[in-house]
Unconditional design. Structure first.
Length: 636
């Protein structure tokens, strides 16, 4: 468990405000390192887009958000040129593109627009790709066994024999480890240096928590940091006091910065492989049917890095993103907003503000304390103001939001996990939009984890849409219900209610908080099964189910709209990019819980195309998904 500490400034981390990039951004994105990452100025070589007529029983172009099928689709010059019945498409292609090739889908094979991840973190994921993955995930599933013993097996495998080497790990998640029983009450496990010494007491080890709120160190690492940091020496005087005071739990930027700076040369050296790491990330995305990724936290350095990458590498995915601002000074410098008219890699669609932390990391800002230890912990709000009582919206926060929306005219994405953070975000939007004069903005609340009916109404009236980290239900739902929130967990990710109210919603992974995978996100929104509970199947708030059709719209058509990409992707309308995926089976054909759970996510992706070019082809024999007899309960 991550201990409460005194917060004197906005300091909470999650994937939306990565501490490694925040602390080391000057070094990571220095001109020298950017030159090392991209030593040449060579241009990317591109395949020629194919001219193709594709026909089949299951082609859903999602035009206008409709899930209706067409018989054929024609593509040329990297774009869709015609859709409709087979005869008309063939006639059009023969007249305008007589050299076209034919492709016939067989059996249950299904063609859909490329799937969209509307909230990810590409550069942080690539920067830390070389760190040991001690997360609870194996592919898109929770590891069958996830505890300190299993983490130790990962850490101690293939440790390099390099003098001065420090083990760097990422994704450690106490909330998905077995609960502790303390005084008859379930609690999250408390990880400290002593427990980590049981894994490896000989080599310095730093493990970044999944919430990025805490950096866990073994004793050797604490000694290493003390030796290499004059700030730590000045503050603690002796290494013994540093160890006893922190117990290997370094919280937030104030405590984490000296530790990360002590290993900055190793981090920078590992980050020089970022181009190959980005390629690995994009190929993994393609293998899961993804053709578009929206980065929810870009800065100048990461934008430059991604731009240079796409200048020298084929475009495996389309990209856009939000510019991260964390201070009034930053938003004051913004230029007035201009909606992107033409697509270019890494275009800006939003400003991003991170208002609180992670609910599973116990730092999402709540109206009432978390049920688990530490006592009286309501999380952290990132924009506190001296003299303003808790749970009262700080005027400075209102001013920041006003500047972004009302004065600069930018669409805004506010990261808000806790119910109090969501309340603050809605109140700030109400104030700023009352003053805004301009075109309609696609303002968002990211994660938007805990909602009420009144808040849904307020968001609808303002035109503010939610993007749900649906893994909160599938992966963490059991921990939220049994330990962290209790019955308050029923408020999590109210997908059904927001759609019923008339809102447009999206589903996201917040990668690397949870694995890439729109089919998996569809499945979790449709079944709402809490995956950690393995003894029986239990659903979290069945009233919030999505239908397969609603879930598909959320990861295609509405995701493109929310990211200001709906002029190019999200559907296969004429003139749009020929970005599409061919699946072994139609996800909309899985209509029962037993056919969906743990199966929709594993529908084989056969091919992924970007701009009329195949970027992923699965040569393995496709496996047909069948229903399995399973006992399901409708418990909510």
């Amino acid at each position: 468990m991550e201990n409460l500490h005194t917060h004197t400034h906005g300091c909470t981390h999650c994937s939306c405000d990565n501490p490694v990039l925040k602390i080391l951004k000057e070094e990571l994105f220095s001109a020298e390192n950017l030159t090392k990452i991209n030593p040449g100025s060579g241009k990317a070589t591109h395949e020629k887009p194919q001219t193709l007529m594709i026909s089949g029983e299951n082609i859903r172009p999602m035009i206008g958000g409709s899930t209706e099928k067409v018989e054929s689709i024609g593509i040329a010059d990297g774009k869709v040129v015609v859709t409709g019945n087979k005869t008309d498409v063939k006639k059009y292609m023969s007249k305008n593109y007589p050299q076209f090739q034919k492709k016939q889908l067989t059996g249950t094979q299904t063609l859909l627009p490329g799937l969209i991840e509307p909230h990810v973190h590409m550069v942080p994921a690539a920067m830390t790709h070389g760190w040991k993955d001690v997360s609870p995930f194996e592919g898109q599933n929770l590891r069958p066994v996830y505890d300190l013993t299993s983490v130790g097996l990962i850490i101690n495998k293939d440790i390099p024999s390099i003098p001065g080497y420090v083990i760097l790990g990422k994704g450690l998640d106490p909330s998905l480890m077995p609960f502790e029983e303390i005084n008859g009450k379930k609690e999250l496990i408390t990880i400290n240096n002593t427990l980590l010494d049981g894994i490896n007491a000989d080599i310095p080890m730093m493990l970044l928590s999944a919430s990025m709120h805490t950096l866990y160190l073994n004793t050797k690492a604490l000694e290493y940091v003390f030796k290499h940091s004059t700030k730590i020496q000045d503050k603690y005087k002796t290494v013994e006091k540093y160890i006893s005071d922190t117990q290997g739990q370094l919280q937030e930027g104030l405590q984490m910065t000296p530790a990360l700076m002590a290993v900055k040369l190793q981090i920078i050296a590992m980050s020089l492989q970022i181009n190959s790491n980005l390629t690995h990330l994009f190929k993994e995305a393609n293998s899961r049917g993804i053709t578009f990724m929206y980065d929810a936290g870009l800065n100048n350095g990461s934008e430059i890095l991604l731009t240079k990458y796409f200048e020298t590498h084929p475009e495996l995915v389309r990209t856009g993103g939000a510019y991260l601002c964390s201070s009034q000074e930053e938003v004051d410098k913004l230029e007035p907003y201009a909606e992107p008219k033409n697509y270019k890699p890494v275009y800006y669609g939003h400003i991003k503000v991170v208002s609180d932390g992670s609910n599973q990391g116990l730092t999402g800002y709540q109206s009432a304390p978390y049920l688990c230890n530490p006592e009286n912990n309501t999380g952290v709000f990132n924009f506190p103001q001296a003299g303003i009582p808790a749970h009262t919206i700080p005027p400075s926060y209102n001013t920041l939001i006003d500047t972004v929306v009302a004065k600069k005219g930018w669409p805004l994405m506010v990261h808000a996990n806790g119910d109090q953070a969501v309340t603050f975000a809605i109140n700030a939007y109400q104030r700023s939009l009352a003053q805004y004069r301009g075109p309609e903005l696609r303002n968002r609340i990211e994660h938007c984890s805990l909602l009420t009916a009144d808040q849904i109404t307020n968001m609808l009236q303002m035109g503010v849409s939610p993007s749900f980290l649906i893994g909160h239900v599938g992966y963490w739902g059991y921990a939220f219900k049994k330990v962290i929130f209790g019955e308050k967990a029923e408020m999590l990710d109210l997908c059904g209610s927001t759609l019923a109210a008339g809102m447009r919603i999206t589903l996201h992974s917040d990668n690397e908080v949870s694995p890439l995978g729109p089919l998996r996100m569809m499945e979790q929104s449709i079944t709402r099964i809490m995956e950690k509970k393995t003894t029986s199947i239990e659903v979290l708030n069945s009233a919030e189910y999505l239908t397969p059709e609603q879930a598909l719209i959320a990861v295609t058509y509405d995701a493109a709209w929310q990211c200001y990409a709906d002029k190019w992707v999200g559907s296969l309308n004429e003139g749009y990019f020929a970005d599409f995926v061919i699946l072994e089976q139609d996800p909309l054909s899985l209509t029962t819980q037993s056919s969906q759970y743990m199966k929709m996510r594993n529908i084989p992706v056969l091919e992924t195309w970007v701009g009329g070019i195949p970027v992923y082809v699965n040569d393995k024999a496709a496996k047909v998904i069948t229903e399995k007899d399973t006992i399901f309960s409708g418990n909510s």
